[in-house]
Write a protein that binds this ligand. Structure first.
Ligand SMILES: Cc1ncc(COP(=O)(O)O)c(C=O)c1O
Length: 351
């Protein structure tokens, strides 16, 4: 393991930052005249909670529940307004604009590049191999002097898990942060890096309730790491980044994980069936194996097919413009009815 010194990695202004102290840091109960809230509840609009009050800035109950579910401790969890917020905060925590760089592994999720662009942070690309596996030596070479490496496993838009041994090689030989984005990990039977957090202080694992939990509209993303890194993220986040509705409903979802798991199994079953059917359609040259709730299909004239599908009301994602994804359409698994509509539409277009 390379020597890892978190404090020297954190931007000096962030290290010196005196975080905003919100009224709810100190007291949550009593005669609350400290936060310029409206004293009247809003039950005429929405029953069930004191919506006139600010939410818990530390998401204590929620982090406890997530900790129990994932087998980590609450101080190893950051809760973000989607994992997109975590991506942005990780970047801003360590990358000085116009000076620092990050590494991504195309083809990959688009927000790492967007967040780097916003922060004016240089982007270094270390492509995946043509079979979408990770090339750890290439990544390490590209990462010389960089602050963060973003890996995505299962990868978007290709669906495959990255090999754990390759990820670990990167983590062990890099003295910056390695972020492993596991947005789709619950569709995979194995492969999470959460078990390595204790061994590697430079590892951050991101997950989200947007996919397997079916709660994209609630906006809850998670970053798991050492308590020291989580503490920095908590210091730089907006004070009330997780609203009360999200906190309450995410807690309920965590109490009902058996429902979530049932749905995940349904989606996996449907996915396998859909991949078989699509693979048989004339003009489909490859359906890439996947560990996610989507897959990449290679179809002759994919851009044209994409447009024709849209004309029929079936929307998939054209990814043929991404590295190693020529003629690629990324297809999310829908309900059985939606999947049949897709297959029918594709057959009409291609056969
Ligand atoms: C790999 C990956 N990471 C993160 C996200 C964003 O997730 P969230 O909804 O939690 O912001 C997505 C969304 O599509 C994704 O594909």
């Amino acid at each position: 393991m390379k020597r890892f010194d978190l404090d020297s990695l954190i931007r000096p202004n962030i290290r010196a930052l005196k975080p905003y102290r919100s009224a709810r840091d100190d007291f949550k109960e009593g005669v609350l005249l400290d936060a310029n809230e409206n004293p009247y509840d809003t039950s005429w609009l929405l029953e069930g909670s004191e919506w006139n009050r600010y939410p818990d800035p530390h998401t204590i109950e929620l982090r406890k529940a997530i900790a129990t579910y994932r087998g980590v401790s609450p101080d190893q969890i950051f809760t973000g307004n989607g994992s997109d917020e975590a991506i942005d905060l990780i970047l801003r925590m360590v990358c000085t604009p116009c000076k620092d760089s990050i590494v991504i592994t195309p083809p990959t999720y688009g927000m790492y590049k967007v967040s780097a662009g916003i922060q004016d942070v240089q982007l270094v690309e270390a492509p995946l191999n043509p079979d979408f596996s990770l090339n750890p030596d290439l990544v390490l070479e590209a990462a010389e002097g960089s602050k963060v490496i973003f890996l995505c496993s299962p990868n978007n838009p290709t669906g495959n898990l990255l090999e754990q041994a390759s990820i670990l090689k990167v983590v062990e030989n890099f003295n910056g942060l390695v972020v492993v984005d596991e947005a789709y990990i619950d569709f995979s039977k194995h492969g999470t890096m959460l078990g390595y957090l204790e061994s590697y202080p430079n590892l951050i694992v991101m997950q989200t309730l947007s996919k397997a939990f079916g709660l994209a509209g609630l906006r809850l993303g998670l970053a798991f790491s050492s308590p020291e890194i989580i503490n920095y993220l908590m210091r730089i986040k907006p004070p009330y980044n997780i609203n009360k509705l999200t906190q309450e409903y995410a807690l309920k979802a965590l109490e009902g994980v058996s429902e979530v798991e049932k749905r995940v199994n349904d989606i996996i079953r449907e996915r396998n069936q859909l991949m078989l059917e699509i693979g048989k359609i004339r003009g489909v040259s490859k359906v890439h194996p996947t560990d996610a709730n989507f897959f990449l299909a290679i179809i002759e004239n994919a851009q044209d097919i994409y447009k024709k599908l849209a004309q029929k009301g079936v929307i998939v994602r054209y990814r043929g413009d991404q590295l190693h994804c020529d003629n690629g359409l990324r297809i999310s698994v829908g309900t059985p009815k939606e999947n049949s509509l897709l297959v029918e539409a594709l057959k009409e277009i291609l056969e």
